[in-house]
Design a protein around this ligand. Structure first.
Ligand code: ADP
Ligand code: MG
Length: 247
């Protein structure tokens, strides 16, 4: 039977009296790949910020595997198995791909602990495995600064994957990518679903169509519509909220 990995209830965030997020109910099944769409300013990034502990909500709870993430610090949330890839790159450009991965292992307490008593061989094996998953096996010795934009994004996804998160949060991965890179990213995310639960925020509708099963549409902080992509993209409420947005 499929089980919930995460649910959120009565979640609200206000910035100076402005309600940026107001989610009554949201839930994810283990192994699913959920896409969140919605016009600019809809609260998508804020929702991810709340899940990973960067922003504390005014009300509500986010329960993952029985634990309320709202009560935890960012580091504890990482240890609980939430990995977040931010929009802005945070790799070390002067280090090689391999060194970036190694640093990611060293900097993550829980991974470091689990691999600490093992040899460098174990670290190396994990790095090779993740590099293969994100398609960077042939670029290990390359300085990160010289990777293509798409490769940099895959390196970042790999750095998050190194910690083996149960829940992966990815904000606009296709932004700035070529069509080919975007397509590859879609394939990568689909290959990770099942063994990981994933939330992706994305604007690129072709990309959304490529990967989406269930789509959640946020508008003015609220869940406007949720359902299969075919249904959501033809929903008049969704069309209207996009037409009404400045984009
Ligand atoms: P999205 O990711 O859907 O484009 P955001 O979650 O970034 O939307 O923003 C939702 C709303 O909250 C926007 O109106 C934005 O200006 C506002 N907002 C987001 N973060 C902050 C913040 N730290 N301080 C004040 N307002 C914010
Ligand atoms: Mg955003």
């Amino acid at each position: 039977m499929s089980k919930d990995i995460l649910y959120a209830e009565e979640l609200s965030v206000s910035f100076d009296g402005f309600k940026a997020l107001d989610i009554n109910h949201f839930e994810l099944i283990e192994g699913e790949l959920r896409v969140i769409i919605g016009p600019n300013g809809a609260g998508k990034t804020t929702f991810m910020d709340v899940i990973c502990g960067k922003t504390k909500p005014d009300t509500g709870r986010v329960i993952m595997n029985g634990e309320n993430l709202v009560k935890m610090k960012e580091k504890q949330i990482v240890d609980a198995g939430v990995g977040r890839k931010f929009q802005k790159p945070s790799i070390f450009p002067s280090l090689t791909v391999y060194e970036n991965f190694m640093l990611a292992i060293r900097m993550n307490r829980s991974v470091w602990k689990s691999l600490f008593y093992k040899t460098n061989k174990a670290h190396n094996a994990r790095i090779q495995e993740v590099a293969r998953i994100v398609g960077l096996s042939d670029s290990m010795e390359k300085t990160a600064a010289y990777l293509s934009h798409g490769q940099k994004q895959w390196l970042e996804i790999g750095i998050v994957l190194i910690q083996d998160p149960k829940l992966l949060l990815i904000d606009e991965p296709a932004a700035g990518m070529t069509d080919e890179e975007t397509h590859k990213t879609g394939e990568l995310l689909m290959s990770l679903a099942g063994t990981h639960t994933i939330i992706v925020i994305e604007h690129d509708m072709e990309f959304v169509r490529q990967i989406a099963k269930t789509v959640t549409v946020l508008s003015e902080g609220k869940v406007l519509v949720e359902g299969p992509m075919e249904q959501v993209q033809n929903d008049p409420r969704v069309i209207e909220c996009y037409l009404g947005s400045p984009e």
